[in-house]
Each structure stands twice: as structure tokens, then as C-alpha cells.
Design a protein around this ligand. Structure first.
Ligand SMILES: [Zn+2]
Length: 381
């Protein structure tokens, strides 16, 4: 049961530890039975079985030392060996610890877990993400070895860990801070230029527009007519930001204003007609490929849900529960349904392919009748 008293470093590691602990819970009973059976202890010593380290030690009468089962030293003769439940028991019997295998030091695995925990803390507390060399030097391993140990325990590289940690800080700070500059500073980015370079990935928008709910963003838009009624298409410089369906063009414009309250809405030019035409073509044939760039804005969670929606093949449907399962959060069914409802890109992000558990159509942001028609079109193609 060693290791249970150590606080988990973070989630990924906690999972790993659970596995380790499951393996370890078997050991006390294995030890009890093997203490009755010295042959199996002897076999562990002969095999230099690392997994038995920490469960017993053996002493050698001729040298007066005791070792962990995996000690790399040449083995003594069986008749000179004795087995002890712990280093303390071996010491009480008059033996001293082997200098080579250090039987009373923590096992390598536990030691590595401790080093990685320290490294994680260094990364979290540093103003600037520490370099691999600096982290390795701090925990006393070579950079190559440290990188391998870190990844084997956490599942990610030190750099990926630092980036993930920093992105979380940026998001948290943006919600709290009064100014973007403050958020940048709080998250430990000393150069705004680099923050902006990163923020595109983190937020899908530059920090200023994120805070202001899309302020200063220009959206070109146009309304076309499809067999499913009016279609409003709006695009930023990055791609299509909204595809809205409805009966009344005026209501669609109002809907756009509500969804992008701080953006500057610009009536479209001729060039934009091509984009509208291709969007209408998608609505007429919803299973077809649509390769215009999308400017998808939402939280990280919404992005996951929307990405999963885009992976549902045309002509098939899934339930909200299945979708939640697919993004690895089977309990988040309500949140998944909310993310589907928040979709601003009708058909391009095919939220119409999500149905109720019993196969019933359930609701659709743009009307159940349109959903029925879209699914029927996909089934036919
Ligand atoms: Zn030894």
C-alpha cells in the first residue's frame, strides 16, 4: 500500500496511480504467502524481480549486508541467504544495507513519481515555462531521461504540460481580469506578441475580441433563398461564422445581431454571393462535401462537441448520449445537448444528425420540419 498517502500530482497521474495501486494491493497477500514459502522469495531474487522491491529484503551471512530483491550484485549461495520482511528487521538481525542497491531508499518508480511531481510544480509556478534542460537539472536527471520519465508517468511531454497549464491560466484570467494586458501579465506571458500568436489557437479569436464578445469584428453577411426557406450566411476574415435558417429574413438579421452583439455587420458585396451559393448548395445536398473555411467560436467544450458532430457520417444519426460517449464524457448529456443548441453553423456543423435515444427527432434550433427534410435528403443520397 505504499504510495497511497502521497497526494496525486494531477489527473492523468492519478489514473496511472490507480493502476499501480491495484497491482500493489495484491502484494501484501502475495508477501504473506511467500514468507511461508522461501522458495518463491529466492526465485524473486534470482529473477531480480523489481516488482518485489519493497516487499522484502534478503541478507547474506558471508558479507553481512542485506539487499532488495532486484540488487544487481552477484548472487550469494542459497544457504547463506536469509529473508526479512523489512530493512529494519534485517538490521535488527545485525545486517547493514547494501551500498549498491540501497534497499531502504524508495523504489525507482516512487522516486520518479516524486521527481515528476516536483517538475509539474515548477512548471505551474514559473513565470516563464522552464526549459527541458532546466527542469531536468532541477530534478537531477539528464534531459533525455527526464523527458522519458515525465512522459511515461504523466502521458504528456513537459512542454505539452506547460502549454496546457498556461492555456488554462489564460482562459481563467480573461474571465476575471479587467484588461487584456492584465490577463497576459497574470498568465505569465511577458510579450504580448507571443500571447497573440498563441491565443489564436486557444480561443479562436484574439483576446480583445474574446473579452468584448466579438467587438470590432467585421462580419459580412448576405441572405439567400433555399428550398428550406431563408438562409443567412455571415463570414469574418477567417471564414464562415454563422449559417442561420428561417422563414423571415428580417428575423435572421436580428438573430445575427443578438449572436454577435459587438460586431460590425456589413452587407455583402458581389464576391460574397459565391459563398452564399455554395452554402445553399450544401443545404440542398447536406451530405455533400463543404470545404469553405469555418470560423468556429466557442468554448473548448463546445469545440469538442462540434468536432464530434462533424464526424457523424451523412445519412446516419446519433443520440445525445452516444455523442457524449464519443467525446469521452458519457455523463455530460445535458451539456452536450446545450452545445448542439448553441451551434451557429446550421448544416455545416450537422447538429441535425442528433436525435433522441428512442430515435425521435427532438428539437432543432431551426425547426423540426427542416431537420426532418435534411435527414430525408441525406438518406436518399
Ligand atoms: Zn544489494
Amino acid at each position: 500500500m505504499q504510495g497511497r498517502d502521497k497526494a496525486p500530482i494531477f489527473l492523468i497521474m492519478e489514473t496511472r496511480k490507480t493502476t499501480t495501486m491495484l497491482a500493489k494491493t495484491k502484494q501484501p497477500s502475495a508477501r504473506r504467502s511467500s514468507m511461508r514459502d522461501e522458495d518463491s522469495l529466492y526465485a524473486a531474487v534470482v529473477a531480480r524481480d523489481k516488482s518485489m522491491d519493497g516487499t522484502f529484503v534478503y541478507s547474506v551471512a558471508t558479507t553481512g549486508v542485506y539487499c532488495r530483491p532486484s540488487c544487481p550484485s552477484r548472487h550469494a549461495r542459497r544457504e547463506n541467504m536469509a529473508f526479512h520482511a523489512s530493512g529494519a528487521a534485517a538490521q535488527a538481525a545485525g545486517f547493514r544495507a547494501c551500498k549498491r542497491c540501497k534497499p531502504d531508499a524508495p523504489s525507482l518508480e516512487a522516486e520518479h513519481a516524486r521527481l515528476v511531481a516536483n517538475a509539474c510544480r515548477l512548471i505551474e509556478e514559473a513565470e516563464e515555462p522552464p526549459t527541458l534542460d532546466a527542469l531536468a537539472a532541477d530534478v537531477g536527471l539528464s534531459p533525455y531521461h527526464f523527458h522519458r520519465v515525465f512522459k511515461s508517468i504523466t502521458g504528456v511531454t513537459p512542454k505539452a504540460y506547460a502549454i496546457a497549464h498556461r492555456q488554462k491560466r489564460v482562459r481563467d484570467n480573461l474571465k476575471r481580469s479587467t484588461s487584456v494586458t492584465e490577463a497576459i501579465h497574470d498568465a505569465g506571458f511577458n510579450s504580448s506578441g507571443r500571447f497573440y500568436a498563441n491565443a489564436g489557437e486557444v480561443l479562436g479569436m484574439t483576446p480583445t475580441t474574446f473579452r468584448a464578445g466579438g467587438k470590432d469584428m467585421q462580419l459580412r453577411f448576405a441572405i439567400g433563398k433555399s428550398s428550406l426557406g431563408a438562409v443567412l450566411v455571415a463570414a469574418s476574415s477567417k471564414g464562415i461564422a454563422a449559417i442561420l435558417l428561417g422563414d423571415d429574413p428580417e428575423k435572421l438579421v436580428h438573430d445575427l445581431e443578438v449572436r454577435f452583439p459587438k460586431s460590425e455587420l456589413i452587407g455583402s458585396d458581389r464576391e460574397f454571393e459565391e459563398v452564399v451559393a455554395r452554402t445553399i448548395a450544401l443545404i440542398e445536398a447536406p451530405g455533400a462535401r463543404f470545404d469553405l473555411p469555418l470560423d468556429v467560436r466557442g468554448t473548448a467544450f463546445q469545440h469538442r462537441v462540434w468536432q464530434a458532430l462533424r464526424e457523424i457520417p451523412a445519412g446516419t444519426t446519433v443520440s445525445y448520449a452516444e455523442l457524449a460517449e464519443r467525446i469521452g464524457l458519457p455523463k455530460a448529456i445535458r451539456a452536450v445537448a446545450a452545445a448542439c443548441a448553441a451551434n451557429r453553423l446550421a448544416v455545416a456543423i450537422p447538429c441535425h444528425r442528433v436525435v433522441r435515444n428512442d430515435g425521435a427527432l427532438s428539437g432543432y434550433r431551426w425547426g423540426v420540419e427542416r431537420k426532418r427534410k435534411l435527414l430525408a435528403r441525406e438518406a436518399r443520397s
